[in-house]
Design a protein around this ligand. Structure first.
Ligand code: SF4
Length: 213
């Protein structure tokens, strides 16, 4: 690792989404990259730790220094339950990017960025807006790149490394969106045209005996 290069703090939402940004930043060779995991939007707790572990696993392979804060923000997050999805996601991005910019400032690094820019499923333009606000607030430059171009490459790397791959964005609302059609479909094998087949039968064999007791 060159000591003359500038330093960049990469916010990491998970291991798989960090694969391509880390590879790409290393290839460009402009920054020494350090990772920062801070995602109190991930629920339940087991999922948070699975993703944190995958991130640390990746960083170890890539020789990237890890910083993390495993705050579990369920109670805080439930307060957002009544606001519409787009605004909820904006708040969620802002919370994580502000913390990253603050951390970058504390560390005295030259810039920050985020693996959120890799996802095809996020509101990309809102992430950029919130990152720029965070950069202004803490006086640390935000490095923008559209990491979505490396979507396939990122998936391949994460599979090669055997990283835990999550199935939904993070919060319980996104978990519901992910499974709301799939899980009911799994029950189809138990149904017929009339609906659920009731396999429970009443055993009448010992009815008289039972009544006598
Ligand atoms: S869907 Fe994802 S980005 Fe939006 S609030 Fe939930 S965890 Fe945050």
């Amino acid at each position: 690792m060159s000591t003359n290069k500038k330093k960049l703090l990469l916010h990491q939402c998970c291991g798989p989404c960090s694969c391509y940004p880390i590879h790409d930043l290393k290839l460009k060779d402009e920054y020494n990259v350090e990772g920062f995991f801070y995602n109190p939007n991930i629920h339940p707790m087991k999922e948070l730790y699975n993703r944190l572990e995958a991130t640390l696993q990746l960083n170890k392979i890539e020789n990237v220094n890890s910083h993390w804060d495993e705050e579990y923000g369920l109670k805080k997050f439930l307060k957002l339950s009544k606001i519409p999805k787009e605004r909820r996601c904006r708040t969620c991005y802002a919370m994580r990017l502000q913390k990253t910019a603050q951390k970058a400032k504390e560390m005295g690094v030259d810039a920050f960025s985020s693996s959120l820019l890799y996802s095809k499923h996020q509101y990309h333009h809102i992430i950029v807006e919130e990152a720029e606000k965070a950069a202004k607030r803490f006086g640390v430059p935000f490095v923008y790149d559209d990491f979505r171009r490396g979507h396939k490459e990122g998936i391949d790397i994460s599979k090669e490394y055997g990283l835990y791959r999550q199935q939904y964005c993070g919060c319980i609302y996104s978990e519901e969106e992910r499974y709301e059609t799939q899980l009911p479909r799994n029950l189809e094998k138990y149904t017929n045209k009339e609906g659920i087949v009731n396999h429970h039968t009443t055993d009448t064999t010992n009815k008289d005996t039972d009544d006598d007791s």
